[in-house]
Design a protein around this ligand. Structure first.
Ligand SMILES: *Cc1c(COP(=O)(O)O)cnc(C)c1O
Length: 388
């Protein structure tokens, strides 16, 4: 069998690093020379810079986005006996983070047009035990801040943002990370702002939560050898923070490049809407930071998602599915008691979504090629049907 060379990868991080590689190397050298590898100067600098960029006050760097959620919820006082509401269609780390606190996760369905948490369903799920809603700003688009704030106020529940896919996203005049009691970010390499390895951060405006979080990530010690909480070892490496300090000033420009890629996809895919292919809705214009570009291939489409993905692959174009199995149907979480049919929109989306290549620097030629493959595939199928 002939192997097809990858001509359009799903993400290309080298493109992003090449022009700033000398600065990255310099930043790493500085850390080596200073020797402050754990909780060092570059980390404090990055925590301050990133929190400010999010329109928040305190940043606490941790080892991953998952830890930012788990320890962050814990720092907000959430634990056993509490209920936490989150969407069924998120990356499992959101659910893992909630479960690690000991709280009971309450999953809800999503809006079929945006794939964001259905806030009417979230509000309906609130009980006397509900402590927090965890909106996931999925694919780079914020869940409506005004709607979230209304719900929080009406019911006295906390908003804890999972902003792992939404660095600098905006909506309705708010920025991701600034609307809740706290927000979790991930710096996994392929996120909009990525380290050269794992990393995460909690941002908050609350001084007490910030102090608790600082202790939790450092063995539960607010000061050396004095332990007030059952913490853990989860710090963002100084080395990674140094790299992120170099990358942060480019983030807005990279996000805009993503937006432009999305605009071109939108325009070129528009004619296919009559054949059942639709991008997920952008309800926040330039505020959508397009961590992923996701299309929906509905049942009315003459070509199946599997065929489309196969055809793209045969032409060297990588694509992905985020995510193929919603959280409530994952074997690991069977004990939560959910079943097929519980969240129809999330389940339908998992069968119909496809993520196309998306990264700053994805060329127009490549975008045209990808949309051209989709268009030709459908045109061929339609003419075949007519002649058959
Ligand atoms: C990436 C991601 C996480 C987890 O972040 P890690 O750094 O990989 O632990 C959590 N939630 C969402 C929505 C994510 O996309």
């Amino acid at each position: 069998m002939r192997t097809i060379p990858v001509t359009v990868p799903f993400v290309d991080l080298t493109l992003q690093h090449e022009p700033i590689q000398p600065q990255i190397e310099q930043a790493i050298q500085t850390v080596i020379q200073r020797g402050d590898y754990v909780l060092g100067q570059a980390l404090s600098e990055f925590e301050q810079a990133f929190a400010t960029a999010c329109g928040s006050q305190y940043g606490i760097g941790v080892a991953s986005g998952t830890d930012a959620i788990a320890l962050g919820l814990q720092a907000c006082g959430i634990g056993e006996g509490d209920e936490v509401i989150l969407p069924a269609n998120t990356f499992v780390a959101t659910l893992i983070g909630v479960l690690r606190t000991g709280a009971k996760p309450i999953l809800v369905d999503c809006d079929p047009h945006t794939a964001l948490i259905d806030l009417a369903a979230a509000e309906a799920a609130i009980t006397v035990r509900t402590r927090a809603i965890v909106p996931v700003h999925l694919y780079g688009q914020m869940v409506s801040p005004t709607h979230l704030l209304q719900i929080a106020q009406r019911h006295g529940v906390l908003i804890f943002e999972d902003a792992a896919q939404a660095h600098l996203a905006e909506r309705e005049g708010y920025r991701a990370g600034s609307i809740g009691i706290a927000a979790a970010f991930s710096f996994y390499p392929s996120k909009n702002l990525g380290a050269l390895g794992d990393g995460g951060m909690l941002v908050t405006q609350d001084e007490t939560i910030s102090a608790t979080m600082r202790a939790l990530r450092n063995y539960g010690a607010p000061r050396k050898y004095f332990h007030t909480d059952l913490g853990t070892n989860s710090r963002l490496d100084t080395m990674q923070a140094a790299v992120l300090n170099v990358k942060l000033p480019h983030l807005a420009e990279w996000n805009y490049a993503r937006y432009q890629v999305a605009q071109r996809y939108d325009a070129l895919l528009r004619p296919l809407r009559f054949q059942g292919i639709n991008p997920l809705q952008n309800q926040s214009n330039l505020g959508h930071v397009y961590h992923l570009y996701v299309i929906r291939i509905s049942e009315s489409c003459p070509v199946s998602r599997e065929e489309i993905q196969h055809e793209l692959g045969a032409s060297g174009v990588q694509s992905g599915i985020h995510y193929p199995i919603p959280c409530h149907l994952q074997p690991a979480f069977r004990d939560l008691g959910y079943r097929v049919g519980d969240f129809p929109h999330a389940e339908a989306l998992s069968q119909e979504i496809l993520s196309l290549p998306m990264y700053p620097g994805l060329s127009e030629v490549h975008i045209d090629r990808i949309t051209g493959i989709l268009t030709a595939l459908i045109a061929n199928r339609l003419s075949f049907k007519v002649s058959a």
